[in-house]
Design a protein around this ligand. Structure first.
Ligand SMILES: NC(=O)c1ccc[n+]([C@@H]2O[C@H](COP(=O)([O-])OP(=O)(O)OC[C@H]3O[C@@H](n4cnc5c(N)ncnc54)[C@H](OP(=O)(O)O)[C@@H]3O)[C@@H](O)[C@H]2O)c1
Length: 330
């Protein structure tokens, strides 16, 4: 089968299409014909071995020192089950599914454990929309609900509201009943308002942490609102959360947990099955609004990475299965 192969760490030029053996299907696995896979900021980092701060050593240990440990990358997929293992009870051949793989989704076929982060795709959304959901929405759900426990009527600041995580963070914070202020460049303000933001701020012309506004939660997605500054605009019971794990933030998380006042949090989101089931419900009932900026065939994976690196205000999705093959396998 065709797959996008990352032969070494580097620029998008390291991505090439190769023929690889189809994955083996175990007793409790399903084989998915991949119709769409999102190109996420995580994929860009992994391709370039660009692991931030405190995760640098762990990143190299997990993903490879000199070249990618697993050359077929890609995680957030949507497709159709074409084979099930003998012990599978959750899915049948023909089911439309989506989810979050550890890797291997930049390929025509992908194996997932039926007990893993995979769920039925709602019929009302396309494969490209479904593939774009688990990354941003899975991350935002984890941090906003499970880590900082956003409550109705709280004021949430989303720094980086126009990006992959931020767009979903706006929708999820609104769903949790919060008032939302979202920060992004001026060209993203209409989009952020459409997603539900009550207030929008252009980081090029205004400092949202200048003390004129108060927040219960600061979600720093862009890595531009450090806790030392954010704590001054947080309520005494306020919570700060960042996607960037540094030694400094880990220290702030520890010391703020022991003292009074706002608390700092950081971590890594890994969608589980329950998360993907929740996202399926939210895609079906319109809580989430996937924004797909561009869809390209798998053969143009390098262009897809280049486009995603430019920072378009929407997800870039690649389609591994050609139209002709889709007609054959369904
Ligand atoms: N820890 C975890 O588990 C986890 C999970 C997912 C992602 N991440 C990391 O989180 C980061 C963000 O991911 P993403 O997909 O949301 O990235 P993205 O799509 O590139 O979005 C970046 C956002 O930051 C905004 N921004 C840029 N410069 C800014 C500034 N000076 N001040 C305020 N906002 C600014 C951008 O606004 P404009 O585009 O409008 O300029 C955009 O909204 C990535 O580095 C990713 O690796 C971590």
């Amino acid at each position: 089968m065709n797959a996008a192969f990352t032969r070494q760490f580097g620029s998008p030029d390291v991505l090439e299409i190769r023929q690889v053996a189809p994955p083996e299907v175990g007793d409790t696995d399903v084989l998915v014909q991949v119709h769409a896979v999102a190109v996420t900021a995580g994929d860009l980092r992994l391709r370039a071995a660009d692991f931030p701060a405190a995760t640098a050593l762990v990143g190299r240990l997990m993903f490879g020192f000199t070249r990618p440990r697993v050359p077929v990358q890609g995680t957030m997929f949507s497709g159709v089950v074409v084979q099930v293992g003998e012990g599978v009870t959750r899915f049948d051949v023909g089911d439309e599914v989506f989810g979050s793989a550890a890797n291997g989704a930049y390929a025509e076929q992908l194996v997932m454990a039926e007990a893993g982060p995979i769920a039925r795709k709602p019929a009302s959304v396309s494969h490209t929309e479904a593939a774009s959901a688990p990354y941003g929405a899975g991350t935002a759900l984890h941090f906003l609900r499970d880590v900082v426990d956003v409550q109705a009527d709280e004021h949430v600041l989303v720094v980086g509201g126009s990006g992959g995580v931020g767009r979903a963070a706006i929708s999820i914070a609104k769903h949790l009943g919060a008032e939302v202020t979202a920060v992004g460049s001026a060209s993203s303000h209409d989009l952020m308002r459409r997603l539900g933001a009550d207030h929008v701020v252009d980081y090029r012309t205004e400092d949202v942490l200048d003390g004129r506004r108060r927040f219960d939660v600061v979600f720093d997605i862009a890595d531009t609102a450090p806790f030392a500054r954010a704590r001054r605009v947080l309520a005494p019971t306020g919570r700060y959360v960042t996607l960037y794990l540094t030694i400094g933030v880990l220290w702030q998380a520890l010391t703020s947990a022991l003292g009074r006042g706002p608390r700092a949090h950081a971590g890594v989101a890994m969608p589980d099955q329950q998360t993907v089931e929740t996202l399926a419900d939210w895609l079906a009932d319109g809580t989430l609004h996937p924004v797909v900026a561009e869809t390209l065939p798998l053969e143009r994976i390098a262009d897809a990475h280049r486009l995603a690196e430019q920072g378009v205000h929407g997800d870039v999705v690649v389609c591994p299965t050609s139209a002709a093959r889709l007609a054959a396998v369904g």
